[in-house]
Design a protein around this ligand. Structure first.
Ligand SMILES: Cc1cc2nc3c(=O)[nH]c(=O)nc-3n(C[C@H](O)[C@H](O)[C@H](O)COP(=O)(O)OP(=O)(O)OC[C@H]3O[C@@H](n4cnc5c(N)ncnc54)[C@H](O)[C@@H]3O)c2cc1C
Length: 435
């Protein structure tokens, strides 16, 4: 087995696989290493895999809108329909209906960003919301509360004023398969993948990275190593000794997602993704006639920062909190006895915007801090990282002159300095999973 590569990628989640594919297409010999037994088995497997174009910043929205075209033309991105023996994922391009609330300034900023990017949307009245989602109750319950609050479930005098349906949106029902698809495409470009292989040391020589050491004692050499370790990113940065020099840091945040049986009257034919800051939740249809319920991290819910190697993988009270909040919006939804869904981790930065960058250790790169919102962007993140790595290895100073990146489908160019580890905390961020 070869033990020397052009680049080693720590992690075979969707970000590591997409970067492998992009580097492979540039002719690099790449090895992905992952502790787990297959690609996409880490936090990517727990992803709700919602695709949507609206973020709080123009560049964040541009990347997300561009990503819609990658998912729509998935086989083109991968390089063929026949790339994966397990078949290709399906993009359910059903749109995302976002409630207008005081918390999102009635979506005026989001619509202004969509206008700038020419990303299509339609405004809905409360009556149109109910026509699309017949089980929906358009009363307002803001601010978001926990069920032990005496005012929980008590509607305000004023109802929701409407919503916006963003059309370049939907979901992927199998995030692990999406990663498998990319992994197979990367293999076709010469990429290699080693599983059950935990990196325990970053090897350095003469002030630059030289490879990695594995738990089983093997070493693998490469002049480039990428940290794409998801919620373990901070641990891997500590191994490389680069964390202290980063202005923006990462840490693991525990999340619960509930899957409940679809309520009576829920119409799958008109159903879509919903995002609702009035009750602090997002939903989408899930396989097996279920409704998926994720949290938008309202201020009343404590953040549970954890050690990614030691956290509670069972459902907690939070699961029921999220289901009860949806019951305000969908009164016909009962609380099932059996808790189903997902417990997993986000890898969160200080401003909930990822880091796609070099580090202070020559040859050591970062594709981390995806903050619960970068599944959709992974194909572009991979291409961006490959460009950052290639130009930096060719002598460009990414810190002084960050590369520009062109989004070809929407004809928009942004500076990769937006994702720098040395940026000031971006005050335009929502400081939540919404990015
Ligand atoms: C509950 C949940 C819901 C989400 N919903 C959405 C959504 O709707 N839309 C959206 O766009 N995004 C969403 N996200 C975010 C998205 O899923 C992530 O941003 C993305 O999957 C991160 O991919 P990754 O490759 O960085 O991480 P991971 O998939 O976690 O991959 C990292 C890999 O690195 C490996 N690794 C770690 N340390 C080591 C080591 N020392 N040696 C070897 N291997 C190592 C791990 O085993 C893992 O497989 C969600 C995330 C979660 C958890």
């Amino acid at each position: 087995m070869t033990n020397s590569y052009d680049a080693i990628i720590i992690g075979a989640g969707i970000i590591g696989c997409a970067t492998s594919l992009a580097l492979g297409r540039k002719g690099w010999k790449v090895l992905n290493l992952d502790t787990l037994p297959a690609a996409g088995y880490g936090s990517t497997s727990g992803s709700c895999a919602i695709i949507r174009p609206y973020y709080s910043t123009l560049d964040g929205s541009a990347m997300a809108y561009e990503s819609h075209f990658y998912w729509k033309n998935w086989a083109d991105y991968l390089g063929g329909e026949d790339i994966d023996e397990r078949g290709l994922i399906e993009y359910h391009n059903v749109g995302a209906l976002v409630m207008k609330t005081g918390a999102n300034d009635y979506l005026r900023p989001a619509m202004a960003l969509m206008d700038q990017l020419e990303s299509p949307y339609s405004e809905f009245s409360p009556e149109q919301i109910c026509a699309k989602l017949p089980v929906w109750n358009t009363e307002s319950f803001y601010p978001v509360k926990r069920p032990d609050d005496p005012e929980f479930g008590v509607a305000n005098a004023k109802s929701l004023t409407g919503a916006v349906l963003f059309h370049a949106a939907g979901y992927i029902s199998d995030p692990q398969l999406a990663t498998h698809n990319i992994m197979r495409a990367a293999e076709r470009s010469g990429g290699e993948f080693r599983y059950n292989a935990r990196v325990v040391e970053i090897k350095c020589a003469n002030g630059r990275v030289g490879g990695v050491k594995l738990e089983n004692g093997d070493t693998v050499e490469a002049p480039v190593v990428l940290n794409a370790a998801g919620p373990h990113s901070s641990k891997v940065n500590q191994m490389a000794g680069v964390e202290k020099s980063m202005r923006i840091k990462t840490r693991a945040l525990r999340q619960e997602v509930a899957h409940v049986p679809l309520p009576a009257g829920y119409r799958r034919d008109t159903a879509c993704v919903t995002s609702d800051s009035d009750i602090g939740l997002y939903t989408r249809p899930e396989q097996g006639d279920a409704l998926l319920i994720g949290s938008e991290d309202p201020p009343c819910d404590p953040h549970e920062w954890v050690d990614p190697d030691d956290y509670n993988r069972d459902f907690s009270e939070q699961w029921k909190v999220q289901v009860l909040r949806v019951c305000q919006r969908v009164p016909s939804l009962g609380v099932p006895n059996q808790m189903r869904g997902v417990v997993d981790l986000y890898d969160v930065t200080d401003d909930w915007i990822p880091i796609y960058d070099r580090s202070d250790l020559s040859g050591f790169y970062l594709a981390i801090g995806t903050s619960g919102n970068q599944f959709k962007n992974a194909p572009i993140a991979g291409e961006l990282m490959a460009n950052i790595i290639e130009t930096t290895q060719n002598g460009n100073d990414q810190d002084d002159s960050p590369i520009d990146f062109h989004l070809k489908n929407i004809d928009h160019t942004f500076s990769s300095g937006f994702y720098s580890r040395l940026r000031e905390v971006n005050q335009d961020s929502s400081f939540s999973v919404l990015g």
